[in-house]
Design a protein around this ligand. Structure first.
Ligand code: FCB
Length: 478
């Protein structure tokens, strides 16, 4: 069956600055927390870093040509904060602004709308040296940075996104410590949650101060799709707890102007939330046109009898918005009644399950709860162990046949169509990722690209999944 998408549906691909740019010392950029984190042995699986990555800082014209060939209408990219405000004195680096001006202009010339994320995890190291996201001042510095971007690049951006997946920044960065800056302190993780929310609110204000109320502003969340094993009261309570810590801590303040008081209750052992000042919750809720949702898989949960399971050490995922390998699991005791079940079915190279239906239900539920909001699938994709095949007809004499990535893509695009049919206002789909890239703590070992990167030569090699996306875009249908 063929399903056609609405005429204005926005097809795109996505990347993030530290994962693709490289050029970490160029044009005045200073280190981010990820440069520092990667230097510590044992933090990144293959000992690599984003030092060179896909070299997109220099190769963006070539990558834009690839997107043009793909036919996509939008590129979701992020700006590297340490390129724009490289030092603690707060001075704006014109070389950084100029670089992104050139890149955004090139995108627009190719007919590709820039969807710009202000923060995709590369916090300037000088801010971390003063406490990073655990400190309120970082949110204020974010507002200054957003102001600099809005004035320097404002007219070139189609859709703004303040933050990418604050769940990861807060809980993986400051809770389990598996992401930069590698801090392990749940009180700080929750402070980071709040300061990221605050940064979002202040960032939206800064953008609107420059560009007016019609500027299209969004935020991108990796909302967990937690599925209770049974509908027993206990399993439903476990799901509710996981939802609170993973999702409601962001949705509540950003879209409803308040934290659910139950969040304060269940996190009492770590913090009294005194970092929430009067007026903060209202400030965090700023008008947004759209919400971006990053979706990869689901998590099945059940109630854990804490008395019986106190020492089932390391097993409790804090909240499983970004399902992680067992080693990455986040034993946040506020989640002690939640047991994440092992993922089932054919798992991707990340060890993540495949459940496209979860995307349909997530979008449908969000649509019903926030009927005024446009929704985007701002990231969706899968990692597999790819192999290159010689093929004289292909541009570099090579192609990657990736049937499982093609199947994942098709199933999830269909899941989006199902959500639209069920009434959700889904306005776009961004494939993660345009290119294989630096997959954070897993380095270059996991490949999410629909286009392969040969890291020795920086050659871009098409995969079948890219050809499939091109066909879907061309027909605006699946
Ligand atoms: C998301 C991140 C993105 C990428 C994908 C696989 O959590 O936003 O940068 O790492 O996962």
């Amino acid at each position: 069956m063929t399903t056609t998408f609405p005429g204005d549906f926005l097809w795109g691909t996505a990347t993030a600055s530290y994962q693709v740019e490289g050029a970490i010392r160029e044009d005045g950029r200073t280190p981010s927390i990820w440069d520092t984190f990667c230097e510590h042995p044992g933090t990144v699986a293959d000992g690599s870093s984003g030092e060179i990555a896909c070299d997109q800082y220099h190769r963006y014209p070539e990558d834009i040509a690839l997107m043009h060939e793909l036919g996509v209408k939008a590129y979701r990219l992020s700006i590297a904060w340490p390129r724009i405000v490289p030092n603690a004195d707060g001075a704006v680096n014109q070389l950084g602004i100029d670089h992104y001006r050139r890149e955004l202009d090139a995108l627009r010339e190719a007919g590709i709308m820039p969807v710009v994320t202000l923060y995709h995890w590369d916090l300037p190291q000088y801010l971390e040296d003063h406490g990073g996201w655990a400190r309120r001042d970082t949110a204020l510095r974010f507002a200054d940075y957003a102001d600099a971007i809005a004035s320097g690049l404002g007219d070139r951006v189609g859709i703004w996104t303040t933050l990418n997946e604050p769940w990861c920044s807060a809980y993986l960065g400051y809770g389990s410590g598996v992401h930069a800056p590698g801090v392990r302190d749940y009180g700080k993780a929750l402070a980071a949650v709040h300061h990221l929310n605050l940064a979002h609110g202040l960032g939206v204000q800064a953008i609107r101060a420059h560009l007016g109320g019609t500027a299209k502003v969004s935020s991108v969340l990796n909302l967990a799709v937690n599925i209770a094993q049974t509908d027993s009261e206990a399993d439903m309570a476990a799901k509710h707890r996981a939802d609170l810590i993973a999702n409601e801590v962001f949705l509540g303040p950003m879209l409803e102007g308040r934290y659910d008081p139950e969040i304060f209750e269940v996190t009492k052992p770590y913090t009294d939330w005194s970092f929430v000042h009067d007026g903060d919750e209202e400030l965090i809720r700023q008008p947004m046109q759209s919400l971006g949702v990053n979706y990869y898989s689901t998590t099945h949960v059940r109630y854990r009898d804490t008395a019986a399971a106190v020492s089932a050490a390391g097993g409790v995922a804090a909240s499983v918005a970004r399902p992680v390998s067992p080693a990455e699991r986040n034993p946040m005791p506020a989640q002690d009644i939640v047991e994440a079940l092992p993922p089932a079915g054919e798992l991707t190279a990340m060890g993540w399950n495949q459940e496209p239906q979860g995307l349909t239900s997530l979008l449908t539920e969000l649509g019903a709860r926030f009927p005024d909001l446009d929704l985007f699938v701002s990231e969706n994709g899968s990692a597999w162990d790819d192999e290159v095949t010689a093929d004289a007809d292909e541009p570099n004499g090579m192609i990657v046949h990736d049937p499982r990535r093609v199947a994942y893509l098709e199933a999830h695009v269909r899941a989006v169509a199902d959500a639209i049919a069920a009434g959700a206002k889904v306005k776009g789909y961004f494939a993660w990722s345009l290119l294989d890239n630096f997959e954070w703590a897993l380095g270059y070992s996991k490949r999410f690209g629909i286009i392969r990167v040969d890291y020795d030569t920086q050659q871009r090699i098409w995969k079948d999944s890219a050809l499939r996306l091109r066909a879907i875009v061309a027909h605006n249908a699946i």
